[in-house]
Design a binder for this molecule. Structure first.
Ligand code: SF4
Length: 348
């Protein structure tokens, strides 16, 4: 039976609590974010992987997680849950089925909630999602026809995505374990706002939950009829550009359960083992490599420890630390507002 309801306990730091190294493996995070692939076949205009190609070449690079590295990581560490998607398309990884099967064998709760485009999915992969309990998946699908979908999801094929959802549903009906829970994520633009109701009907037919979001880049295809969009989507606001410290305040007040820098305590690991720290960072690493150095050494790297102390206001900015160049850190520094509740303990 899959563990569909999963929660973690967030622990507040004491004021001026200096963050130190993990003493041993038992203190390591139980949840990590491990990017299965940073490759993608689409060319979405606002994607950072397209816009900042030179930074990508130096930072996270384009590539796939190898099964051998995955196996070593989960064999050597007590990891309970992994988010598999971040900067690329997980289904392009040739080892994807082996990785999922092994995660299932190790009883690890796996998700692909950051998102997939689902333009490519083999039968074997569709079956594996259900058989090996991928708990949830978010499909980025902005439109209800090829004519609108292809405008932002350049190179994408709407009909293919729908066929691939149907393929997953075929195996969901076969295995009947509820896996994966499918979320259709529809980013509303000016060019697709007329298809909101059609998408809702289609999501119902496909047994998917549908969630709407506004585009973060207000200049790209802006919404023409905000009132109608709010009514049809159920969104309370189309303003997604709240500042990092506003987001941090929402996190500290329990309105949302995630904030960028908190990832340092449940770190983002690249397909090649580099510690990227948080999902906002794709340009530099935090010193260690989870595959070459082992997870304990990589997360105890002095840069990683220093970064945690920076975002909690226990250390001054330092050139070697990626946070120093980050827009989130700059906003916290400017306003003297800091992360207080980063630590996450176990599964409830
Ligand atoms: S300051 Fe930026 S790079 Fe550092 S953890 Fe926060 S979001 Fe990530």
């Amino acid at each position: 039976m899959s563990r569909l309801f999963y929660a973690r306990k967030i622990v507040k730091l004491q004021e001026s609590h200096l963050i130190e190294k993990y003493k041993d493996k038992s203190e390591l995070p139980k949840h990590i974010r491990l990017d299965v692939s940073t490759a993608c076949q689409l060319k979405c205009p606002a994607c950072y992987m397209r816009q900042e190609k030179e930074a990508v070449k130096k930072g996270c690079k384009i590539g796939h997680l190898k099964f051998e590295n995955f196996k070593k990581l989960v064999d050597e560490n007590d990891i309970e849950s992994i988010e598999l998607s971040n900067s690329g398309e997980i289904f392009l990884n040739p080892d994807f089925v082996k990785i999922l099967k092994y995660a299932y064998k190790k009883n690890i709760y796996v998700t692909a909630d950051n998102g997939v485009n689902l333009n490519y999915l083999t039968d074997e992969q569709a079956q594996a999602l259900c058989k090996y309990h991928l708990n949830s998946i978010t499909i980025s699908l902005d439109g209800a026809s090829q004519d609108t979908y292809k405008i932002y999801r350049v190179n994408g094929n709407y009909d293919k995505v729908i066929q691939n959802i149907e393929k997953i549903n075929f195996y969901k009906n076969k295995y009947k374990n509820g896996c994966p829970h499918i979320v259709w994520k529809f980013i509303v633009f000016g060019h697709n706002e007329h298809e909101i109701l059609k998408a809702k009907e289609e999501a119902e037919r496909l047994n998917c939950e549908i969630k709407f979001d506004a585009n973060w880049d207000e200049k790209y295809s802006p919404i023409k009829n905000p009132e109608k969009v709010l009514k049809e989507t159920g969104l309370t606001s189309l303003d997604v550009n709240i500042s990092p410290i506003e987001q941090l305040q929402e996190y500290e007040n329990g309105i949302v359960d995630w904030f960028f820098c908190r990832d340092l305590w449940e770190p983002q690991i690249n397909w090649d083992g580099q510690i990227l720290g948080c999902c906002a960072n794709f340009k530099e690493n935090f010193g260690g490599n989870a595959f070459k150095d082992g997870l304990l050494n990589a997360l105890n790297h002095p840069y990683m420890i220093y970064a945690k102390n920076m975002v909690t206001n226990n250390a001054k900015p330092a050139k070697a630390i990626p946070c120093t160049r980050c827009w989130v850190y700059k906003d916290m520094y400017k306003n003297n507002v800091w992360l207080k509740s980063p630590k996450v303990e176990g599964v409830l």
